[in-house]
Design a protein around this ligand. Sequence first.
Ligand code: SF4
Ligand code: SF4
Length: 340
Amino acid sequence: MGYKLSNTGFNEYIQQLKERYRLFAPVLESKKGKFAQTDVIAYGEIEKFDDMILESKSYYSPKEIFFPIRETLFYFMKDTIETPKINEKPVIIFIRPCDLNGIRRLDSIFLKNGEEVDFYYLRRRELVKFIMIECLEGFDTCFCVSMNSNIALDYDAVIRVEENVVSLKVVDDKLEAPVLSNTDKVEFEPEFIKENKVKVTIPNVDLVSKETFNNDIWKEYTSRCIACGRCNTSCITCSCYTMQDVKLSDDKSIGERRRVWAGCHVDGFSDMAGGHNFRDKNGERMRYKTMHKVNDFYKRFDEHMCVGCGRCDDVCPEYISFSKCINKLNEIVEEGKNYD
Ligand code: SF4
Ligand code: SF4
């Protein structure tokens, strides 16, 4: 069912949802930007419609709402372990189509990658519903159309925000609210962006060879990438983590086990027993990430991991463009070009 609401009416809808849900959307984080005294747009809990920032892309993705940067998996006390409780109030995330597709990638990794599901991911993920934000223009670095991620249909509700009017379609009955019964009903179907300024061509995965790995293209990234890991933390589909055991007392049998986000660009990610590191050079790490995003994941899940949100291009302090990297990869795979 579709509805047409004024901004005030939509805010009332938000207030009624808040009685049952925690609502997250892109918000302005004051003075938390990458330079001193600058702001950043990131996902945060909203109190009202005005808190939502829709005219810019969020610097970070919504993944940390249900895949926290740092999460205690369990406490251990000598012979017993205890799993911490979580806030079980259901969650609604306002989200763009590319990110909604990105979450399907996370679901594949945590829930469909082998026989066991990730208990910690699942218990938070099950609490989440999505209200999709119609996205017709995109932003300068987006390439979602090339990645087939401009269209998403697995939303629980969807909104179109225009000046003074919000169109709303509710798919999941749980997202109906009393204010809607007094609201004009309309037919509303979301539309999707058809073309981005940035376009990429992904090479045929069957043509990627050992020569692709040895191509000089990767050397450029060894000299340019500073291994800061920003591209990993901002990416909706990066899901790697590391484990930490933390002592909580002088008795080392009392403590907690945490998982903490890790990034394949960052020093230490590939360290192995005996001091070995198979991806010492930053270009090798770029190669690893690129191949995972537009080659290896596809072979396992029949869709590319990257959804073309463009955040990695936005956040890189060295102006390394992942979309350009994909196009260069295509040139060496499809056209036999060698970079030097
Ligand atoms: S690799 Fe870059 S463009 Fe692709 S999903 Fe991650 S952040 Fe977005
Ligand atoms: S954000 Fe840029 S410099 Fe930082 S790790 Fe990623 S590619 Fe390298």
